[in-house]
Design a protein around this ligand. Structure first.
Ligand SMILES: [Zn+2]
Length: 389
């Protein structure tokens, strides 16, 4: 059976369009139209590339209208390092995203990157072993981090908020330890990438992924392009001011969305309500959500209010970008309708009517890939790093 890593290394000398279409088929099978949308090439160019890849036996067109990968060994890896979680997915090339093996565990970068590294490496090895591949068959890895990343350098954009340090270079650290290339980007950006590719059969053209956990960030895909801005600062939704007289934020701003719907803000609201009582306070966002699901009135209300404020913020984003779909992921997504209902109501109340109403098929929903969306996106980024753009 063909070795995918060898094939990708040899492909360094072939023309870019051929390599890009091959990588897109590795990302997900697709028909000519879908591959053309994802690669950002004309259908004619994609059709030529498919024919040539078919002749070389790299792709298989014999099963339905979708172009699939021919028989080959190789596995792609995606890693998501959050503040207090690490998530890893591994997917043999040619397998569907649902068939990826997954691991998620508690420690995150709050431990410090050097202390976390052995845990991440062990998780990658276990996740790859679950696919019945060995580490030598890993073709690429991608890394999602909850910080702004300058895509030109792969380094953090300053100011770098704690617990990361501007000198940290987690992609280089992992690349050295795994002996494989590791591409890095902001976690919300990668959530958007994953939702565009794997969230539905047809790629959604304009999609925004909202990662709501410790903080809030947005990944914006307009067509095949991730909107990163000049220095990777686009989509910093958590620092959108939604209350001119609100609380000060870690960023130096006032009334930022993070100060109202970030995990710390929600936990503080419950503590405030419990003040002077002997009621137990939730110790994490997951705990707060669990209590709300157990019908704790305070926790439910805090989540409802968070949904409303988030919807107000997303309405501004709708008016600016007019997306087809907004997907909510991150830990807050586990609250389901307790957040989604009020969020949808406020979003439609404040957004321009034409941006969110019939007959336009605007959708607001929860991430079906959660809690691994960012890791799936990192996997896509890693594969795409074999091409030049
Ligand atoms: Zn802020």
């Amino acid at each position: 059976m063909r070795d995918a890593r060898e094939l990708l290394e040899q492909a360094a000398s072939v023309r870019e369009s051929l390599k890009k279409v091959m990588v897109e088929v590795m990302v997900k099978p697709g028909n000519q139209v879908q591959l053309s949308k994802r690669a950002g090439y004309s259908q004619g160019l994609v059709s030529e590339a498919i024919k040539e890849l078919g002749r070389l036996g790299v792709v298989d067109r014999s099963r339905g209208d979708k172009v699939r990968l021919g028989e080959m060994r190789g596995v792609a890896v995606g890693i998501d390092i959050g503040f207090n979680h690490t998530s890893v997915v591994a997917r043999p090339l040619g397998h569907a995203a649902e068939e990826a093996t997954k691991r998620r565990s508690q420690p995150g970068v709050n431990l410090g990157m050097a202390q976390l590294l052995p845990t991440v490496l062990a998780m990658v090895e276990e996740t790859v072993a679950d696919t019945e591949h060995d580490m030598g068959e890993v073709v690429s890895a991608g890394l999602a981090v909850p910080r702004m990343v300058d895509s030109r350098t792969g380094r953090f954009t300053e100011p770098v908020l704690p617990p990361w340090d501007p000198a940290d270079d987690p992609a280089a650290l992992l690349s050295q330890a795994l002996s494989v290339r590791v591409a890095v980007d902001n976690d919300a950006n990668l959530g958007a990438l994953a939702e565009q590719v794997y969230g539905s059969d047809e790629p959604v053209e304009h999609i925004v992924y909202v990662k709501a956990s410790t903080g809030v960030g947005a990944g914006i895909m307009l067509g095949p392009n991730l909107v990163r801005g000049q220095r990777g600062m686009a989509g910093e939704l958590g620092h959108l001011a939604v209350d001119l007289n609100g609380r000060m934020c870690l960023c130096g701003g006032r009334g930022c969305l993070d100060t109202m719907v970030g995990a710390d803000a929600l936990l503080a609201k419950v503590r405030q309500s419990h003040r002077g009582t002997n009621r137990e306070n939730p110790d994490s966002l997951a705990d707060l959500i669990a209590r709300a699901k157990d019908d704790d009135a305070v926790c439910r209300r805090v989540l409802n209010d968070a949904g409303r404020v988030l919807g107000f913020g997303l309405a501004q984003l709708c008016n600016l970008l007019n997306p087809h779909r907004i997907v909510i992921g991150g830990e807050l997504a586990a609250a389901g309708d307790m957040v989604l209902g009020p969020c949808d109501y406020e979003l439609r109340r404040h957004a321009l009517h034409g941006a969110t109403s019939e007959p336009l098929d605007f959708e607001l929903g929860l991430s079906a890939l959660s809690p691994h969306a960012e890791a799936h996106g990192a996997l896509v980024l890693g594969l795409r790093s074999w091409t030049s753009n």
